[in-house]
Design a protein around this ligand. Structure first.
Ligand code: G3H
Ligand code: 13P
Ligand code: ZN
Length: 331
């Protein structure tokens, strides 16, 4: 028995993207897997009056359970009202890799899905994406496709020019698939180790600066499909204060380098209308949990370390909405 996202009080991303492109800001797409992450995202977005995309990977769905997740999303739409501001909420599948997974999500309350065919040859990516779009649009569910491959942790982003999105393909891809938004590859990547120190240069303060994102590709894409919603994955900034806190309290993170906030701000002012952030939330939570457990070794009530972790997470998301994405006040 299919359950529409409309019954859960969710919205698809269409209208949110239209406003974001026109207004020069980006909607936050924050990944979540558990209660505390969801609470932090919702509290931050209510307090900053920001629309939000709750993003769930297939791994997160397995971890949390599809039924619980759907009902958490229903709870989310009620909870924001209870908090005093009815921000629009999208429930989005992150990096869907098969038609079957996308279909299952659409039948279980998702209002938006990503079909990530970027690892397939071009024509196969088109065929798979088109199939998902045809199904999703029957239910008013929006679809994100991807062109170009984001570099993995071990890849050399600078040398792997073939990974970047080819602007010459975007018009054809968008018109033949019918997607509602397009994720592109301009030098961001997933995780907390986006670049090697060897790829970076040091500024006058000794801070490692990564190779510049390929804004020229973004501009070329915008020229070819004006006003079309563009998505940026791999957009964590990997704040040194959280990495340092993790390492201070027993962690062992090395060579962590993220995307500078100014670059994301610049992207958000362009056709980029969805910015994906997961790793920064993981780092913030882990930093605080490590701190509490190190300082209070006798503590064994999960609320006593998950609660403070949730508070740090909320502050992080508020900061991003206000100072990086520009989505604050747009709900
Ligand atoms: O892009 C990937 C997201 O960070 C989700 O990661 O598959 O470990 O849940 P995950
Ligand atoms: P980060 O690993 O940079 O947070 O990227 C997350 C992402 O792109 C989820 O799809
Ligand atoms: Zn991603």
């Amino acid at each position: 028995m299919a359950i529409s996202y409309k019954e859960l009080g969710l919205v698809n991303s269409k209208e949110l993207f239209r406003k974001a492109v026109a207004g020069g800001y980006a909607i936050p797409a924050y990944n979540f897997n558990n209660l505390e992450q969801l609470q932090a995202i919702l509290q931050a977005c209510v307090e900053t009056k920001s629309p939000v995309i709750l993003q769930v990977s297939s791994g997160a769905r397995k971890y949390a359970n599809a039924t619980l997740l759907r009902n958490m999303a229903r709870g989310a739409t009620e909870y924001v009202k209870e908090l005093g501001y009815d921000v629009p909420i999208v429930l989005h599948l992150d990096h869907g890799d098969t038609f079957e997974l996308c279909k299952d999500c659409i039948e279980n309350g998702f209002s938006s899905v990503m079909i990530d065919g970027s690892h397939h040859p071009y024509e196969e990516n088109i065929a798979l994406t088109r199939k998902v779009v045809e199904y999703a649009h029957k239910y008013d569910v929006t679809v994100e496709g991807e062109l170009g491959v984001l570099a993995g942790v071990e890849d050399d982003v600078v040398a792997e020019h073939s990974s970047y999105t080819k602007p010459s393909e975007v018009e054809d891809f968008v018109s033949r698939t019918g997607v509602d938004s397009l994720a592109i590859s301009i030098g961001t990547s997933h995780g907390a180790n986006k670049f090697t120190p060897q790829q970076c240069t040091r500024n006058e303060k000794g801070v490692l600066i990564p190779p510049m994102l390929r804004f020229d590709i973004l501009e070329e894409v915008e020229k070819r499909i004006p006003g079309f919603p563009i998505v940026l994955h791999g957009s964590s900034s990997v704040p040194p204060e959280h990495v340092d806190m993790i390492n201070k309290y027993g962690g062992a993170l090395k060579d962590t380098i993220g995307i500078p906030e100014e670059w994301l701000r610049k992207a958000a002012k362009s056709a980029v209308c969805k910015i994906n952030i997961d790793s920064d939330g993981r780092l913030a939570m882990t930093a605080m949990i490590r701190k509490v457990l190190a300082e209070k070794p006798g503590e064994f009530d999960p609320r006593k370390y998950l609660g403070p972790a949730r508070d740090v997470l909320k502050e992080l998301y508020k900061h991003k909405n206000i100072h990086v994405l520009g989505s604050a006040g747009q709900a």
